[in-house]
Ligand binder design. Structure first.
Ligand SMILES: Nc1ncnc2c1ncn2[C@@H]1O[C@H](COP(=O)(O)OP(=O)(O)O)[C@@H](O)[C@H]1O
Ligand SMILES: CCCC(=O)OP(=O)(O)O
Length: 369
């Protein structure tokens, strides 16, 4: 029997995660999901992220070929949205202007900028719609959250909005509460972290990958400003070197030479004192950030959610539950769930529950830009 299927594409630095879902009415079922690995040596051939488009499109097309049955009907595609200017939460229809912006003038370089171009590259020849859903530039910060203390450097939002909102919807469903009334802290704990407060379903504040946040498996997080300024002017590193040290080679990797937290757990179990200290410090910073984000909601929360790759670890979730459960009940939704969240966004549009926005779309002036 012919099925309607939706393709989702989530480009990361070293992988492109693809998934195919069958859509039956308002139900989605996973047909196939694969994390397509891109070898460092192959990626080194490209001078920038935009140059990877042809190569990654071919990888996605090969995934689709093997995942789709000949009689399946591909009805829509969704890609993870990138480092765009600030946008409202929701689904955005991909058009040529959006693809051009994501490829050539994104606010920051990030693999997720390829989500829209990849989705369009597959969708356009087939004449089917393509969307991005809750891109990382979703900006719902409250006015007070935007002030940093120095007028030239306002606070701004770059956040794992897709997974955070999907987790919020899941908790709201479990509690039988409308999502737009939910009050929760969501800690997305992947290679990068976002720890965010959902107030009435909006991301009112979050720790931000560009500013203050706990250190992560590969990112340095918030650093003391004066020593950082001294280092910038010391001549020890040029700008690209320092950026690489802070994003990609910082955090756990910088201290211990691996981003693999399961390996760190084995080292801790084997008695490695430095690994234990770094692991403890990461959890300490996470629980401090959860406490700070809970304060944004006056500690009146429906729940705290632990999600992302690190939420697969029972050691991590047990320790974070122990230190935060007095604030609110803690739910654990392991993994980043981004492919499903993308497909759910498309389904909301196809079902008529949500009207997609059309690029260009923006909130306010784009503080921080
Ligand atoms: N079972 C696990 N226990 C501990 N850490 C894990 C586990 N599974 C994944 N991780 C860690 O999660 C991080 C990757 O998170 P993930 O959300 O998959 O990545 P990304 O941010 O790239 O989407 C890595 O540091 C990895 O070591
Ligand atoms: C929150 C900005 C996007 C980001 O950092 O994503 P990854 O952690 O997937 O690199």
């Amino acid at each position: 029997m012919s099925r309607n299927v939706i393709l989702t594409i989530n480009p990361g630095t070293t992988t492109t995660r693809c998934a195919l879902f069958a859509a039956e009415g308002s139900r989605l079922s996973l047909v196939s999901e694969q994390s397509l690995g891109h070898e460092e040596i192959r990626m080194a051939e490209f001078s920038g992220i935009a140059d990877q488009l042809g190569y990654r499109s071919a990888c996605v097309a090969a995934f689709l070929d093997q995942a789709k049955r000949p009689d399946d009907r591909l009805i829509a595609i969704a890609g993870r949205g990138g480092m765009l200017t600030p946008v409202p939460a929701g689904v955005i229809l991909i058009n040529d202007e959006l693809v051009d912006f994501a490829l050539h003038t994104p606010v920051y370089d990030h693999a997720s900028n390829l989500g829209a171009p990849l989705a369009q590259a597959i969708a356009a020849p087939l004449g089917i719609p393509a969307y991005i859903v809750d891109p990382v530039s979703v900006d719902e910060l409250t006015p007070v959250a935007r002030l940093s203390g120095f007028e030239e450097i306002p606070r701004f939002s770059f956040v794992h909005a897709l997974n955070i909102r999907a987790c919020g919807r899941k908790l709201a469903g479990e509690l039988g509460k409308p999502f737009d009334e939910l009050r929760a802290v969501v800690a997305h704990l992947g290679a990068g972290f976002s720890i965010a407060t959902l107030l009435d379903g909006k991301i009112a504040d979050s720790s931000n990958r560009m500013e203050i946040s706990p250190f992560t498996p590969e990112r340095a997080g918030g650093l003391p400003p004066l020593p950082l300024i001294e280092l910038c002017y010391s001549g020890k590193y040029d700008k690209p070197e320092l950026l690489k040290k802070l994003y990609g080679e910082g955090g756990v990797y910088g201290y211990l030479g691996t981003k693999d937290i399961q390996k760190i757990e084995s080292r801790v179990a084997a008695g490695d004192a430095k690994a234990a200290l770094v692991y403890d410090a990461m959890l300490y910073q996470i629980r401090k950030a959860i406490g700070a984000m809970a304060s944004v909601a006056n500690f009146e929360l429906d729940g705290i959610i632990l999600t992302g790759g690190l939420a697969n670890s029972a050691i991590i979730t047990d320790r974070l539950i122990e230190s935060t459960r007095r604030i609110a009940p803690v739910s654990v939704y392991p993994g980043s769930n981004e492919c499903l969240a993308l497909a759910e966004g498309v389904l909301r549009v196809l079902d008529g529950q949500e009207v997609p926005m059309t690029w260009p779309v923006t909130v306010g002036k784009g503080v921080g830009l």
